[in-house]
Design a protein around this ligand. Structure first.
Ligand SMILES: Cc1cc2nc3c(=O)[nH]c(=O)nc-3n(C[C@H](O)[C@H](O)[C@H](O)COP(=O)(O)OP(=O)(O)OC[C@H]3O[C@@H](n4cnc5c(N)ncnc54)[C@H](O)[C@@H]3O)c2cc1C
Length: 241
């Protein structure tokens, strides 16, 4: 593989795991050296690398993480970091949040800085703020990649085919990328529904969108009143419009 002075590695998916892969490869390169080989890391994701699809900055701040600030990190920190090759980025989310609260994270939008100030280590941050942290980490990695070069391709990979000892990737915009190795960090893929599940999904969509005749409901909800039949509700899918 690495016999032409240049190694090209594709990381499919630029969410937290893809970002971790990039971070570890840069850290190992910094420790072990590249023996004269130029490492090019291609991160392919239609979404911003770092947050990827899940931690996008365009989502409502009402969506919170399910862990308090002090837990999450996308780079090794504390005792765990000591046994590992040194990362060019050293901040956990909470350490980054403290900097953001002090106003020392360049370019952070004012509403995100305000959220950072409002949080303590035991509070639950928005997914959006965590995404800002991930985007910041990715940018730091690009900047401090040392002997490596990190390139983001804003595209979806449609296929990865064997080609000699390497691979050829096909993007949704028609581009082709030959690489030496591929890392799959594509996260949870959309589930393929069974026919029965598709029927249930269709029915749920129909219930959400069907018009309801509210005037047919009684204002009383005592047990003696069994309540109205849903006379306004259509009896078949086709009659809902
Ligand atoms: C709505 C939601 C909320 C969540 N909340 C939490 C939480 O609060 N706390 C927690 O710990 N975990 C949470 N998770 C779990 C979450 O999946 C993980 O925290 C984390 O995002 C997984 O990282 P990942 O990089 O493996 O996958 P992902 O974050 O899913 O990233 C995968 C990336 O791959 C890209 N991709 C996929 N296929 C292709 C392709 N063919 N070509 C190019 N790019 C591709 C996607 O666009 C995506 O950006 C949540 C998940 C979801 C869906």
């Amino acid at each position: 593989m690495i016999n032409r002075g240049r190694a090209e590695v594709a990381v499919i998916g630029g969410g937290p795991r893809g970002t971790s892969v990039v971070e570890r490869m840069i850290a190992h390169l910094g420790q072990d050296g590249a023996a004269g080989v130029q490492l090019v890391l291609h991160v392919i994701d239609p979404f911003e690398p770092g947050p990827g699809h899940v931690w996008r900055a365009d989502q409502s701040r009402l969506f919170l993480m399910n862990t308090p600030s002090r837990f999450p990190t996308v780079v090794p920190v504390g005792d765990a970091a000591e046994a590992l090759p040194t990362s060019p980025v050293h901040l956990s989310f909470d350490q980054w949040r403290e900097r953001a609260a002090r106003g020392t994270v360049a370019g952070l939008p004012t509403d995100d800085a305000a959220e950072a100030r409002s949080l303590g280590a035991e509070d639950f941050p928005s997914r959006r703020l965590y995404g800002r942290y991930l985007a910041w980490v990715f940018r730091q990695l690009v900047e401090h990649a040392g002997e490596a070069v990190v390139v983001h391709h804003s595209a979806e990979v449609l296929a990865a085919r064997r080609h000699g000892e390497g691979w050829v990737l096909e993007f949704d915009d028609g581009a082709i990328l030959p690489v030496d190795a591929v890392v799959l960090a594509a996260g949870h893929l959309p589930a393929k529904l069974t026919p029965e599940q598709e029927k249930l999904q269709d029915a749920a969509t129909w219930v959400r969108t069907a018009p309801l005749e509210c005037s047919s409901f009684s204002t009383s909800s005592t047990p003696s009143n069994p309540g109205p039949a849903m006379s306004g509700a259509p009896t078949s899918r086709g009659s809902s419009s």
